[in-house]
Design a protein around this ligand. Structure first.
Ligand code: GLA
Length: 374
């Protein structure tokens, strides 16, 4: 993969090597969905599938997105991938001058594995290397999340950037999105394997509905504070408090999901620490139910895959992952069941929707890093 990208670099920019190469992984989230912007807990990790970002200073301005077959030179209207790069440069190193940049890799784009965050984090890390500055991963994560909020206007949390920049190989990260404290946990689920099933759809609802959910959570908090003034976010609300409040039905459903999902995070941590795939699977199923019925961010393709998986003997549990309305289902499955499961699942999805899903196998990997070119 890397060799091919270096060859492409040399075809475009001549025989020299890039000054800096960064491998920036995708992110998976085991549990804790839509809890990050409610100051709650999340349990993400980084994937072996990555975006590579190659950068060199130059006298002309030439950026290439090798997977998309697109490039830009000079001051043209920016395609969306270039807006992320531009956003990272203007926030972090506006005076750096012209750059040659080539991006590419094996991280699926638009699959809900945070390819855009991987790009922004990768570019920031590359700029940090070029300028020899000394920010920590935590500081870069804060800048990356600011860039994304500005470029796409989504009021996202900080889960993706922390996972992409600060993950550890074979581990997931328990992140407290209020204090920003985190701990890594080794994952070994006694023969249980994580895999992703990509619906290959991305409904356009994602950005608008994401912001709408985050506003609904804020509205719920505003109402709850009238009775419980110490509440700062849904993180501070107990099921008992919610019951006392009698909120309008939609706000009540949203809040209930966030409170329950937040409580599932330490339970999943326990399931992982006690190597208990059954318990982990039940938590995944409960999370999917909540995302579908209370938080209403699922879609027919995600529900079909999660239902198929959850009925399948050999699957411990499955749930939609990420913002929703498309992207991937995360599935915990017995290693020996994977092949048959994939066949059955592909047939059933094909019958329903007329095309097959992608099955994505990943290792939990280290966060973004400088690739050693020696
Ligand atoms: C998107 C956002 C994250 C998080 C998830 C939902 O991936 O980028 O910050 O809110 O949705 O858990």
């Amino acid at each position: 993969m890397l060799d091919t990208l270096i060859q492409k670099w040399q075809q475009h920019f001549g025989p020299s090597y890039p000054e800096v190469i960064i491998r920036s992984p995708g992110r998976v989230n085991i549990i804790g969905e839509h809890t990050d912007y409610n100051q709650g807990f999340v349990l993400p990790g980084a994937t072996s599938q990555s975006q590579y970002v190659m950068v060199g200073k130059s006298s002309d301005h030439h950026w290439i997105a090798s997977d998309l077959g697109e490039e830009i030179q000079g001051e043209t209207p920016l395609p969306s991938w270039a807006k992320y790069i531009h956003g990272a440069i203007t926030s972090y190193a506006p005076d750096i001058g012209s750059l040659h940049i080539l991006i590419g890799g094996d991280l699926p784009i638009g699959a809900g594995m945070s390819s855009s965050s991987a790009l922004v984090c990768g570019v920031l890390l590359a700029l940090k290397e070029l300028t020899k500055r000394k920010e920590t991963g935590e500081q870069l994560a804060a800048i990356a999340s600011q860039v994304e909020r500005e470029v796409i206007g989504v009021q996202g949390g900080i889960m993706d950037q922390y996972a992409i920049l600060l993950s550890k190989k074979d581990h997931v990260m328990l992140l407290d999105c209020r204090t920003k404290e985190y701990q890594h946990f080794k994952v070994d689920l006694a023969g249980g394997r994580w895999m992703l099933i990509n619906t290959k759809v991305q409904h356009n609802l994602i950005d608008t509905n994401y912001n709408q959910r985050s506003n609904e959570c804020r509205q719920a908090v505003d109402l709850i504070r009238k009775k419980f003034p110490s509440v700062e976010s849904l993180r501070d609300v107990t099921p008992g408090m919610l019951e006392e409040m009698q909120l309008p039905q939609t706000l009540s459903n949203r809040a209930r999901f966030v409170i329950e999902e937040n409580n599932r995070v330490p339970e999943m941590q326990k399931a992982i620490e006690t190597h208990d795939p059954q318990a982990a699977g039940q938590l995944l199923n409960a999370s999917h139910e909540g995302l579908r019925k209370l938080y209403e961010v699922s879609c027919p393709e995600l529900d079909h895959l999660a239902d198929f998986a959850n009925k399948y003997n050999g699957v411990y549990g499955a749930r939609m992952m990420g913002g929703g309305f498309g992207g991937c289902v995360l599935c915990l499955i017995k290693e020996e069941a994977i092949r048959d499961f994939e066949e059955g699942c592909a047939d059933s999805y094909q019958n329903e929707f007329g095309f097959s899903p992608d099955f994505i196998h990943f290792e939990l990997s280290k966060g973004a890093l400088l690739v050693d070119q020696d």
